[in-house]
Design a protein around this ligand. Structure first.
Ligand code: CMC
Length: 419
């Protein structure tokens, strides 16, 4: 095994070098503090591996994303979201029988306890759907036992119920009655039905929308140790139950630098449209270091070349707009913005390319999905990834997550009340 050598004040320390299956190199500094008294400092964790994981592989330089070894392009083209859920959570693609059984189990747990409907009455109509989502997910832990034997049942329950919770929160926000899940519908179809059906009319889910959403959910399903997934692992490492850990993942996802970016992109494009579509002005603002404005939907901590998901979403975007015979002035602005940014040295030198969120908002708009629900859709897609990581952490006996810090505050001083 190779070693890495660290020299501190003329003393040398040796640490094992570990190599992942894709030849990624990690220096195991598990003994660093014990042997040297020092810690590492890596704000934002850009260089810190918090775990080993066999779920998802990303090569940000080459634009590669694979779930359990399968390229995202193949899964997006050939698999269903339900298959991908199974793949992420259980580690293998399901056989026909396993898929049928899993699909059946998902339909058996879609209902919310009737009492939980009362929670929705307590939220104001203006409630942020992501706040409702995390609250409702956390409250599931008050309804179900969290014993070890129930782990798999709770996983299936959560996968089945999140779409009901999400659709109910949308219905609540527009003042319409809840539409109950239907067991005869496929997973994504059922979600769209709960979102858009009204009691007085028959509703058939348009196949273009069904297919596009299925693929979008696949593209969102996992992304290794991102902010929300690390949060799920962090919370789960204390032994907190599945619902509590996932609820914190939902909260982490809601921020505009993470999943909330898909809403922020639309708000930004709308502002540019109202400002006479003067996209060059906004590119200049994004480059101005004195201006806090950033081009939402651009840049990624890991992808410094291109985001493979953005490529697929851009194609889906054109396809959906054509199938539904819709145009969108925001798409034209988005394409122009992308072209300007891709030729500009500021963006090229920093590796800032459109990310997953840049085009997903426009596809959702074309599908008639409301902007306020965009980040909820991200959560719906990311759920199997969060669960897979929570499960992997438990199955591999992960330690309590407890980072260190460099203290920069006052030295000891005597208590004296302020004047
Ligand atoms: N517009 C303008 N400048 C940017 C942008 C942007 N969107 N993103 C990064 N930069 C600049 C930044 O100012 C810095 O410049 P300098 O080196 O001169 O100081 C440089 O690029 C590196 O930025 P950073 O903030 O150190 O990069 P990071 O890896 O910490 O941040 C990011 C990644 C995604 C938070 C950031 O690119 C960003 O804020 N993007 C906009 C929000 C967004 O689209 N988020 C969704 C991310 S993808 C989906 C997900 O994973 O949730």
């Amino acid at each position: 095994m190779a070693n890495a050598t660290l020299s501190i004040n003329d003393r040398e320390y040796s640490f094992p070098v570990l190599v992942g299956t894709e030849s990624e190199v990690g220096i195991d500094i598990g003994m660093l503090r014990k042997s040297t008294g020092a810690i590492t400092l890596d704000p934002g964790y850009g260089n810190t591996g918090s775990c080993t994981s066999a779920i998802t592989f990303i090569d940000g330089e080459k634009g590669i994303l694979r779930y359990r070894g399968y390229p995202i392009e193949e899964l997006a083209a050939k698999a269903s979201f339900v298959e991908v859920m199974y793949l992420l959570v259980y580690g293998v693609l399901p056989t026909k029988e396993q898929l049928a059984d899993f699909g059946y189990r998902l339909t058996q747990h879609t209902l919310l306890h009737e009492d939980m409907k009362k929670f929705y009455e307590g939220f104001p109509p203006s409630a942020q759907p992501m706040s409702v989502l995390s609250t409702m997910v956390a409250s599931l832990s008050t309804y179900y036992s969290n014993t070890e034997e129930d782990t798999d049942l709770n996983i299936v329950r959560l996968l089945a119920k999140l779409k009901t919770i999400a659709a109910f929160s949308y219905k609540k926000s527009i003042g319409q009655p809840f539409i109950y899940p239907r067991n005869d519908l496929e997973f994504v179809e059922d979600f769209l039905h709960m979102m858009f059906a009204v009691p007085s009319e028959p509703y058939e889910v348009p196949s273009a929308i069904h297919e596009a959403l299925d693929m979008l959910l696949i593209l969102h399903a996992d992304h290794e140790q991102n902010c929300s997934t690390s949060t799920v692992r962090m919370v789960g490492s204390s032994g907190a139950d599945l619902y509590s850990a996932i609820s914190s993942g939902v909260s982490a996802l809601s921020g505009p630098l993470h999943g909330g970016a898909n809403m922020a992109v639309i708000q930004m494009l709308e502002a540019i449209r109202l400002d006479g579509a003067n996209y060059a002005k906004y590119v200049a603002k994004a480059k101005d270091k004195k201006d806090p404005f950033r081009l939402m939907g651009f840049g990624h901590r890991v992808y410094k070349n291109f985001d493979p998901r953005a490529r697929l979403i851009k194609q889906a975007c054109d396809r959906v707009l054509m199938q539904l015979n819709r145009t969108d002035p925001l798409l034209d602005i988005a394409k122009e913005l992308e072209q300007v940014a891709l030729k500009d040295d500021y963006f090229i030198s920093r590796g800032l390319y459109p990310n997953l969120d840049f085009y997903s908002g426009i596809v959702y708009r074309a599908m008639g999905l409301p902007t306020s629900m965009f980040t909820v859709l991200f959560a719906l897609g990311r759920l199997p990834g969060w669960i897979a990581h929570w499960k992997e952490m438990r199955d591999t006996g992960g330690r309590l997550h407890r980072p260190r810090q460099l203290y920069t505050g006052e030295l000891i001083r005597a208590y004296a009340p302020a004047d």
